[in-house]
Design a protein around this ligand. Structure first.
Ligand SMILES: [Zn+2]
Length: 345
């Protein structure tokens, strides 16, 4: 028996060299690399999945560190996708990591899903999940949904055209309350659910039937109770039903403002993002504000007392320490004006 990085996986029944090759040829998107996504991305990289697309618009915060296992103290203020990419390369340099520092919306979801073998959900709210669900149905990409809050995690595997989609199950869910900032989350439940997601992804990559097709799994770590509820596709579903029309995404406004799970933090992003020369942007901002952190995909400044602003990737502006979306929007416009000479038009 040859010993190498993958030898303990190769010997599993039904894996062998062909199973490893399938993993190597797979392209997995981990959408959101927080509590769930940092566990699943790390596991997928170790396993030897050939290509990982990691998607997140956030920066690393102190309150992330106790459960988001890719990050350390020295990463605070840096874009998650950038830190995660470097860490995943350290874990397994065989893996090609593609970082996408963007907000998942109707305008960007198709790009997130394009060319992907299976999508792993690491998001923390329903609006972007519905956008991913629609893009997955449009492009016929399997989507392993999961969510977790407090001690409970849930999960299902969506095979477009074969199983219920997210809209069939959660249609009409618009408000994401309560969030993990208010009720908390057991890190252990994230570990369990994220590993279940990876296991489903492995099954899909190997050409096996997923275990959670048309099944909603509910796991309560406070009692170690695991349940599965049968679900079914709805004929009248607006996304996957008989008369569904999802050929084109609907984009409602020029900018979107979202209150994040982290307290007093708002994300403002453009639905038509303009690429930003971040080195130039940081020079321009340096004239007016202290720079807290700077890297290839992001820059963070101290905007005022208790208010930090981060620019991440393509025009995502995170504003921390403000009480209202109006305040956040005003700061967004001010920052965009300050860096107008750094916009690549
Ligand atoms: Zn549906």
């Amino acid at each position: 028996m040859t010993e190498d990085r993958y030898s303990r996986f190769r010997v599993l029944e039904g894996i062998g060299e062909s199973g490893l090759r399938r993993l190597r040829e797979a392209r997995v998107a981990v959408v959101g690399i927080g509590g769930l996504g940092s566990v699943s991305a790390r596991q997928l990289a170790s396993l030897g999945v050939g290509s990982l697309r990691i998607v997140d618009r956030d920066v690393v915060e102190l309150s992330n560190l106790q459960r988001q296992l890719l990050y350390t103290d020295k990463d605070i203020g840096m874009p998650k996708v950038e830190v995660a990419m470097n860490r995943l390369h350290q874990i397994n340099d065989d893996v090609v990591v593609e970082p996408l520092a963007l907000s998942v919306t109707e305008a960007t979801a198709d790009r997130v899903v394009a060319g992907i073998t299976v999508v792993i959900d690491g998001l923390d709210s329903f609006k972007p999940r519905f956008a991913i669900n629609r893009a997955c149905v449009r492009q016929k990409v399997p989507y392993v949904f999961a969510g977790a809050l407090s001690a409970i995690g849930n999960m299902t595997t969506i095979l477009p055209g074969k199983t219920a989609c997210l809209e069939c199950i959660f249609s009409g869910v618009t408000v994401d309350q309560p969030t993990c900032a208010t009720v908390g989350i057991y890190p252990t439940v994230l570990g369990v659910i994220a590993n279940f997601q990876v296991q489903e992804a492995i099954r899909i990559i190997l050409g096996r039937s997923p275990l959670l097709a048309n099944q909603l799994l509910m796991f309560d770590i406070s009692r170690f109770q695991l349940d599965q509820i049968p679900i079914q596709a709805h004929d009248a579903c607006s996304v996957c039903g008989r008369d569904a029309q999802i050929s084109k995404p609907v984009i409602d406004s020029a900018i979107e403002i979202t209150e994040l799970c982290t307290e007093e933090t708002f994300l403002v992003h453009s639905n038509n993002p303009v690429p930003i020369d971040l080195i130039r942007a940081s020079e321009l901002l340096h004239d007016h504000y202290p720079i807290i952190a700077q890297s290839e995909l992001g820059v963070q400044i101290q905007y005022g007392t208790g208010v930090d602003v981060s620019i991440v990737g393509e025009g995502n502006i995170l504003i921390k320490g403000v009480k209202s979306s109006e305040n956040a929007e005003a700061i967004y416009h001010q920052i965009l004006y300050a860096i107008k000479d750094a916009l690549i038009v």
